[in-house]
Write a protein that binds this ligand. Structure first.
Ligand SMILES: C[S@@+](CC[C@H](N)C(=O)[O-])C[C@H]1O[C@@H](n2cnc3c(N)ncnc32)[C@H](O)[C@@H]1O
Length: 483
């Protein structure tokens, strides 16, 4: 691997010869492979991981794998049973468990695509919390929305806005996660593009952009609230210098997180700045390069914590009246009486009553691309059930006929091929399951079935896998999948 000369020069000087040599050897090695189990869809305590290679020590649901399987052909990944994520990034769980464990909070993940930290955050936030995930680049925001829907938690909003839009929105958060765009030195091992694009000039541009991103949302963070700042780069300009800037200029304290020396996490590399910051270096830590720091904004703690009582249901607002009977009596969602329904671009969204006011504000001032559960699409008098509904943990699959697929059929289904249904299946929407887990709908129209899997999510590869040898999560004695 060829590293940029200026990078070598700068980083060797910053770290000293010994640490640099360890990093250099780490960057030349194989990247570790890891996944994070989704507790809303499987029971991590009884999950048996094929080719597993131990737990990620700082994340309860993180598991290392011995090799990189072909994840694409595992239907359970598409169903959201696990998420493929670098182990270092899972350190966010450690931070959230330390500082956000006991009461519900409102959280903004500002630079969120493709959704690794958002989905992790949602799976450890106390119930009754509300998570906003944002991504300004539209194509990436759509991938974020896909991954959030696969996670299956209903108290999430996905937006495609800029930090400055949030700054003007009037919305306030207890926690802001800023996993800012960076020069990507921590990705050099995996990503040739990151090595080719890197320059000292680029580092400086990133440093400035990162400051402006934090400045733009600073008034969205309540006094006493937490900023979790992270990058996947090594230089101090984008890391310690920015943390010091936020602490000194915007007003915040840098907070510690418990770690274990065996994890190989290191601290500040900026002379004269010894606040607790967390550096993950390939070669020292089992994961990719990462920097993380936690800051508490100065000022009195005047929490905006959820979950408040919520208004009386107003399901029939915004056009939902027309389909009120279908939406109410079909039994598609558990606890439907706790939701309000909003019509948006021909789709019904169900949002929990306790945050439907916040949703309405967000919908006016930001570009909301997903919220709560997308129940279905309006087609004339009918509401066609949506993939988001099927992926939600609140989905009642008993409301539909279900057909269990074998591995080869499930892969064909995820390629958006029509999979023949048994003759006994009634007409209308039918849930396709794989190992009992819903993966998508087909519409039975009698002589054939129409595949309703979202076109943009389909498996594009035409390779046909021999069997299911790359299935990652299996049950142990009992099946571990949550039904
Ligand atoms: C490091 S990635 C985020 C990774 C994500 N947090 C995860 O864990 O999956 C940074 C993201 O910031 C987005 N971004 C780029 N410019 C931005 C800006 N001005 N404000 C906010 N986000 C931006 C990028 O498109 C990218 O998706």
């Amino acid at each position: 691997m060829t590293l940029p000369d200026d990078f070598i020069k700068y980083t060797r000087q910053l770290m000293g010869d010994r640490m640099w040599q360890t990093l250099e050897a780490g960057l030349a090695g194989e990247p570790p492979v890891s996944v994070r189990l989704n507790p809303f869809k499987c029971n991590p305590d009884v999950a048996d991981i094929a080719c597993g290679d131990g737990m990620v020590p700082w994340c309860a649901n993180g598991r290392y794998l011995k090799r990189r399987p072909n994840f694409t052909f595992d239907p359970l990944m598409h169903a959201g049973v696990y998420y493929v994520q670098d182990a270092s990034s899972m350190f966010l769980e450690r931070v959230l468990r330390r500082y956000v464990a006991d009461k519900p909070v409102r959280v903004l993940d500002l630079c969120a695509a493709p959704g690794g930290k958002s989905t992790l955050a949602r799976s450890v936030l106390p119930e009754g919390s509300l998570l906003f995930c944002n991504e300004p680049v539209h194509g990436r925001a759509m991938v974020l929305a896909e991954n959030v829907q696969k996670l299956g938690h209903e108290d999430v909003v996905v937006t495609n806005s800029y930090p400055a839009d949030y700054g003007k929105s009037g919305l306030v958060f207890d926690v802001v996660i800023a996993d800012v765009p960076c020069s990507g030195e921590g990705m050099f091992r995996k990503d040739e593009g990151a090595r080719e694009e890197w320059s000292l000039n680029g580092v400086e541009k990133c440093r400035r952009l990162q400051r402006s991103i934090v400045q733009d949302v600073w008034n969205c963070l309540r006094p006493g609230g937490l900023l979790i700042y992270s990058t996947c780069t090594f230089n101090v300009g984008e890391n310690e210098e920015n943390v010091r800037y936020v602490a000194d200029e915007l007003g915040a304290d840098v907070l510690p997180v418990d770690t274990d020396v065996s994890w190989g996490i290191t601290g500040s590399l900026l002379e004269g700045f010894d606040a607790p910051v967390y550096r993950f270096l390939p070669g020292l830590t089992r994961g990719e390069g990462l920097f993380m720091a936690v800051l508490r904004k100065h000022g009195e703690d005047c929490g905006v914590s959820e979950k408040k009582g919520g208004k009386k249901a107003d399901k029939t607002r915004a056009g939902a009246k027309k389909h009120a009977v279908t939406l109410k009596d079909n039994g598609w969602i558990d606890g439907f009486e706790d939701y309000n329904v909003r019509l948006c671009d021909g789709f019904y969204r169900a949002v929990h009553r306790w945050w439907s006011d916040i949703y309405d504000v967000a919908d006016k001032r930001l570009r909301v691309i997903h919220a709560g559960i997308t129940v279905g699409e309006v087609r004339g008098k009918d509401v066609v059930p949506a993939q988001s509904l099927l992926l939600s943990r609140a989905f009642r699959k008993e409301a539909f006929p279900c057909v269990e697929l074998e591995h080869t059929e499930a892969v064909a289904f995820l390629r958006r091929e029509a999979v023949p249904l048994p003759g006994s299946v009634p007409r209308g929407p039918v849930v396709m399951t794989y190992r009992g887990c819903p993966i998508g709908f087909q519409k039975n129209i009698g002589n054939r079935a129409n595949n309703l899997y979202p076109a943009e999510w389909k498996i594009k590869s035409t390779y046909v896998p021999a069997d299911d040898c790359d299935i990652i999560v299996r049950g142990k004695d009992d099946d571990c999948l949550v039904r």
